[in-house]
Ligand binder design. Structure first.
Ligand code: HEM
Ligand SMILES: *[C@@H]1O[C@H](CO)[C@@H](O)[C@H](O)[C@H]1NC(C)=O
Ligand SMILES: *[C@@H]1O[C@H](CO)[C@@H](O)[C@H](O)[C@H]1NC(C)=O
Ligand SMILES: *[C@@H]1O[C@H](CO)[C@@H](O)[C@H](O)[C@H]1NC(C)=O
Length: 338
């Protein structure tokens, strides 16, 4: 009896360490429904906010989906993409690859509604992840017909992220893949965020929605190798059409990524890529690797399978470099460090 009493502190310490490490190994500190006790209405508040904007203008989906990607690939999904530049610091959102980042007003509206209900509880990084999920779900026929999760969404989002305090433009330039990347560069870029070739094939399917500026692909039309040539991997008939819409040096014109269906999330992206009509060199690159090529060809008409995979890969992307537990902070205003 006396012996075990004296061992008590060691036992307690061992138990404490065990709990610490097991939390680390299993959930990255994230879980579905993280706010179910601290702010039970959190996910419903976000969904209502997104629905309000979406029902007025379905083009909000694309920028909201892209924001989550740009957040996660730079310093992890820590809301750093939302931070404004200050006198001494140029933030991620003012980096060159920001190219038309948009949708911040939806994040701010959702965060404001959350702060009213549960002040200081829900992180901006989680708002970005939830908003992306809700927005892309609303753009699908599956969710219009009732959805797959109990709240009528396409997939469940893990939450519990904390917000970072740092945002540097230079890091966005270094970490975001370029539309001129080939398959090896894409592989390296995704691997550095814990994502594999399947994730690359699946997440690229996000380019079923939204727009692109001409200058994100014009080099493929006019000066691919610096000799005034065209990218031979682009369908020539499609290239001729793109040349009519995008003149050399055009920095302002935007084109739909998938002509005529840029607000519907579906498998049309894979159809286009298979026809060598993807806008970016990085889209075409999916045909240069067996696994990604097989994915493209096998998903042209497999929407259910694609949507299931998309949920899985989005959750995997949403774990990249997250801050959890006592790391970081819960920002009060998503554009400002507390
Ligand atoms: C594989 C590497 C990727 C590259 C190189 C890439 C590159 C680009 C570029 C250059 C644009 C057009 C920007 C402009 O000119 O305005 C764009 C748009 C977009 N990207 Fe990606 N992207 C990639 C992966 C992703 C991923 C993983 C997602 C989300 C899961 C995503 C979602 C989007 C969306 C939704 C748009 C349209 C945005 C809008 O209409 O406002 N992209 N991407
Ligand atoms: C952040 O910057 C945007 C764009 O410059 C501006 O509209 C917004 O008011 C800023 N937010 C804060 C909290 O300063
Ligand atoms: C993107 O960055 C440029 C500077 O590199 C800036 O002029 C522009 O306003 C930024 N765009 C957005 C949407 O923040
Ligand atoms: C094409 O690219 C080369 C090499 O980058 C450059 O020197 C040349 O000025 C470009 N031509 C045009 C028309 O932009």
């Amino acid at each position: 009896m006396r012996l075990s009493m004296s061992l008590l502190p060691q036992l307690a310490l061992a138990l404490f360490l065990l709990l610490l490490t097991s939390a680390h190994v299993h959930g990255y500190g994230l879980e579905v429904g993280y706010y179910k006790r601290s702010c039970p209405a959190a996910e419903a508040i976000v969904r209502e906010t997104v629905f309000g904007y979406f029902s007025q203008d379905p083009t909000v989906t694309a920028p909201l989906l892209r924001l989550h990607f740009h957040d996660c690939f730079v310093r992890g999904c820590d809301g750093s993409v939302l931070i404004n530049s200050t006198k001494g610091n140029k933030a991620e959102k003012d980096a060159k690859p920001n190219h038309s980042l948009d949708g911040f007003f939806v994040i701010d509206a959702a965060k404001a509604a959350l702060e009213k209900k549960c002040p200081g509880v829900v992180s901006c990084a989680d708002v970005v992840a939830l908003v992306a999920r809700d927005a892309v779900s609303l753009a699908t026929a599956v969710v219009r017909n009732g959805g797959w999760t109990k709240d009528g969404n396409l997939y469940e989002v893990e939450t519990g992220r904390r917000d970072g305090r740092v945002s540097h433009a230079a890091e966005a330039v270094d970490n975001l893949p370029s539309p001129f990347f080939g398959i090896f560069q894409l592989k390296t870029s995704f691997a550095s965020k814990g994502l594999d070739m399947k994730d690359l094939a699946v997440l690229s399917g996000a380019h079923a929605i939204g727009n692109s500026h001409c200058n994100s692909f014009a080099r493929r039309l006019y000066n691919f190798t610096g000799k005034g040539d065209m990218d031979p991997s682009l369908d020539p008939a499609y290239a001729a059409k793109l040349k009519q819409q995008c003149k050399p040096g055009d920095l302002t014109t935007i084109l739909e990524m998938v002509p005529g269906s840029s607000t519907t999330f579906d498998t049309t992206y894979y159809q286009l890529v298979a026809e060598r009509r993807g806008l970016f060199h990085s889209d075409e690159a999916l045909l240069r690797n067996k696994e990604t090529r097989d994915y493209v060809y096998s998903h042209i008409n497999s929407e259910t399978s694609f949507f299931k995979d998309f949920g899985v890969s989005m959750v995997r992307m949403g774990r990249a470099g997250v801050l959890t537990g006592y790391q970081g902070e819960i920002r009060k205003n998503c554009a400002l460090v507390n």
